[in-house]
Ligand binder design. Structure first.
Ligand code: ADP
Length: 769
């Protein structure tokens, strides 16, 4: 069939089709223009629908006039009628929308659409409306069947109803734009309807269908009306209605007697009633409402405005919290006229606020717990603080316990509890909830039980029963990947711990675990320190006793040797005298070594004391000089630079002597030729005395310099080293210098020599050391 329709052979030119073609194009164009001009608003869309339907009618009829076979003509008749049957519904819908009375007439709007669709379908599927053709003198024309009667009744009834709406709107409105527009639209439609005369030839009357003429007039009038007044009149009233219907807040306006006058959709939803049910009802008769007579009273008493919150039991969505703002409006005589009530649903906001608040509280709590548990390293205190904080944090009564794994016994042991008889709990062979706790410990995940008094996993139901412990949540205490123990919560009411809650308590447990881990480490370290101290003390005591016990026999040996050498026990030959001399020399070395060890252990155990003597520094140094005699002819020179005006010094004289002697002896020991110079100067600005011992000896390699002051340290500690000593000298010198409130430093270059500089305060002040 379609091949026929599209085949030009089946058509011929018919001058009678020209005006209908032109009108179809014109009306379609008008629809498009309006659609563009009104930016695709609903009203312009509806108008476009009207033009589309009318366009289809005229277009179809034009082809029908040109058709040369009845089949092709009939096809076009049916196509045209698909548009015709839509005309009344589109016009009606357009009318109620432009007049802004859709809400009141929506039933009729959709009823007419339903009927239009019915006719539409009947054309597609049956011949009930159009069942054939007439061959009039101007061409083919539709022949109507029985359905045309109800159809025409429908057609005229709907169009009449549209006109009626225009008419009553025209009469109701005051002179102005709206009224003029209504009039213009009404006229355009009224004239357009004359085109209905085109139905006559469908009943056999050979009356040339001039329907396109009123349609052309309709187009002209409509275009003018739209261009002059637009389609919709934007008035404050229209805006108000639109705003009210689209606003999310519920609006309720009552008159002074409390009768509902205006409501919007949001109010209907909240009150669970339709607009018809609400409007005209006294507000006190409405069961579920956000404004009651109580508020009415307090509004009248408390002034003209009232803000309050109310919760409405909305079945569909659960309780809704509303923030209501009610205002009383008065007339010029101050008489109440109306009450305007606006309610905003703040349920979501409230929920969000509460959530934020809870989050903030928890963050603060975590921070507090963190602060509290990390401010101490004592395990018991950490646990006590933790449980105490948790107790304050949880809004319901709960008993908490901590069990920690003891590596030595390989047991999960009870260590702390709160809101529970601690002794009894521990005495329960720590069985209370043991099965849960050990499950948590081994699985390293949290475990929950709704009722531990009846839970089959529970190992000690009577204990829980007795203490009124109902629900359980256990979270593992994990720090650095190691499970330290279990933190358990026993609520005193049946309780399902929410995901959020157990998540939070797990975070808290993670934090607590770190604090526990730290304090356990600290305890372990403390234990080790005590052990170390003990060992050190034993060593010091041993050394001090040993050196003491060695000195006595050594002194005896030296005494007898001297007696022998001094020939007090009889004559000796030269060889014997030389050997005794060497014996004495070595014994002296040994004695000084032992004294050094004794001194060093004294310093180590901090029992060394500082005496403070007043003495003349120049005199002291001269005295020291006299103890050093360098044999004449030696290649080594020992020079002393002692200014005569050195001030009086107040410090431990013996310790100072020890320091200088040691440095000079070292210089002598490590210098074969060249010069050793000892100098002293007073630095008035800092009230310090600076001593320097400089030699041109073997020097010390740079890398060894920092460690020469360490105990038992020697640059050359090999068995074959050329110089004696045990590496205690400089250690003691440094300690002494520090005891006297001073410092020591060394500069050296291998094979060039070394310089040791000691700086001491002129006046020793006890607490500086
Ligand atoms: P010791 O009793 O072995 O001399 P010290 O503590 O007095 O111990 O010295 C430590 C090491 O420092 C010495 O073994 C030596 O190697 C080096 N040393 C000290 N003084 C000098 C110096 N004046 N010249 C070169 N080396 C020195």
């Amino acid at each position: 069939m379609l091949a026929h329709i599209l085949n030009p052979v089946f058509y011929e030119f018919n001058p009678y089709a020209v005006p209908t073609f032109g009108t179809a194009a014109a009306i379609f164009l008008l629809g498009l223009l309006v659609l563009v001009r009104e930016r695709g608003s609903l009203v312009s869309l509806l108008f476009f629908l009207v033009t589309l339907a009318a366009g289809l009618w005229l277009f179809g009829f034009s082809w029908m006039y040109c058709a040369v076979t009845p089949e092709v003509a009939l096809w076009w008749v049916k196509a045209a009628h698909l548009g015709i049957v839509l005309i009344p519904s589109a016009v009606y819908h357009f009318t109620v929308s432009t007049l802004n009375i859709y809400q009141q007439n929506k039933k009729l709007v959709w009823m007419s659409w339903a009927l239009s669709i019915l006719f539409f379908v009947s054309i597609l599927t049956t011949d009930a409306l159009v069942n054939g053709l007439y061959r009039h003198w101007w061409g083919y024309y539709a022949r109507y069947n029985w359905l045309s009667v109800p159809y025409l009744i429908f057609f005229f009834a709907i169009l009449l109803q549209s006109l009626r709406h225009y008419w009553s709107d025209y009469q109701r409105t005051l002179p102005g734009t709206r009224r003029q527009r209504t009039k213009a639209l009404m006229t355009a439609f009224a004239i357009g309807y004359i085109a209905a005369l085109d139905y006559l030839p469908a009943f056999g009357l050979a009356f040339y269908p001039l329907g396109f003429i009123p349609v052309l007039a309709f187009i002209g009038l409509m275009a003018r009306a739209i261009w002059n007044y637009r389609l919709v009149d934007i008035t404050p009233a229209l805006a108000a209605t639109k705003i009210m219907d689209t606003m999310a807040d519920a609006l309720l306006v009552l008159d002074h007697e409390g009768v509902v006058r205006i409501v919007n959709q949001a109010t209907c939803r909240l009150c669970g009633k339709s607009e018809d049910e609400l409007v005209g009802t006294v507000i006190t008769a409405v069961q579920r409402t956000f404004f009651s007579s109580k508020e009415l009273d307090s509004l009248i008493q408390s002034g003209d405005h009232r803000d309050y919150e109310v919760t409405l039991p909305v079945e569909e969505t659960g309780p809704a919290t509303l923030s209501v703002s009610a205002s009383l409006m008065r007339d010029p005589n101050r008489q109440p006229v109306a009450i305007v009530c606006v309610a905003r649903d703040i349920t979501e906001r409230k929920r969000a606020d509460e959530l934020i608040l809870r989050h903030r509280e928890r963050e603060t709590a975590l921070h507090d717990i963190n602060l509290a548990t990390t401010s101490t390293l004592d395990l018991q205190t950490v646990l006590d603080v933790l449980l105490q904080k948790i107790d304050r944090l949880l809004p319901y009564p709960v008993a908490t316990t901590v069990r920690l794994f003891n590596g030595a016994t390989k047991q999960l042991e009870p260590v702390a509890s709160r809101n529970l008889d601690g002794e009894e709990w521990k005495a329960e062979e720590w069985a209370a909830g043991r099965s849960f706790a050990s499950d948590v410990f081994h699985s390293r995940t949290k475990i929950m039980a709704a009722d531990i008094r009846r839970d089959p996993r529970s190992s000690n139901a009577p204990f829980f029963e007795k203490h009124g412990l109902v629900s359980y949540l256990g979270v593992p205490l994990i720090a650095k990947g190691e499970t330290l123990g279990v933190l358990s919560f026993y609520s005193k009411q049946e309780k399902i711990f929410s995901d959020e809650e157990s998540e939070f308590l797990s975070t808290l447990a993670g934090q607590a675990a770190i604090a526990i881990h730290n304090s356990q480490l600290f305890e372990r370290m403390k234990g080790q320190t005590v052990e170390l101290e003990k060992a050190n003390k034993v060593k010091d005591e041993f050394l001090s006793v040993m050196s003491h016990e060695l000195r006595t026999p050594l002194n005896l040996v030296m005494g007898y040797t001297e007696m022998l050498k001094d020939r007090m026990l009889g004559e000796i030959n030269l060889e014997q005298d030389r050997v005794l001399g060497r014996l004495l020399g070595r014994a002296k070395d040994l004695l000084s070594m032992i004294s050094g060890i004794l001194e060093a252990t004294n310093i180590g155990s901090q029992t060394a004391t500082v005496k403070s003597d007043d003495f003349n520094l120049s005199g002291f140094l001269n005295d020291l000089r006299s103890a050093y005699d360098v044999p004449r002819g030696s290649s080594l020179a020992l020079t002393w630079d002692i200014p005569s005006n050195l001030p009086e010094m107040k410090t431990d004289r013996e310790k100072l002597r020890h320091i200088l002697q040691n440095l000079i002896n070292n210089a002598l020991k490590f210098t074969d030729n060249g010069e050793i110079s000892v100098s002293a100067r007073y630095i008035a600005k800092t009230r310090m005395v600076e001593f320097k011992v400089k030699d041109t000896g073997i020097g010390i390699p740079q890398e060894a310099l920092p460690s020469i002051f360490e105990m038992f340290h020697q640059v050359d500690s090999s068995e074959t080293r050329a110089h004696g000593g045990v590496g205690l000298g400089l250690y003691i010198v440094k300690k002494f210098a520090e005891l006297l409130g001073g410092t020591i430093g060394a500069q050296s270059e291998p094979n060039k020599g070394s310089t040791f500089t000691v700086t001491l305060p002129l006046i020793y002040v006890a607490d500086r050391s």
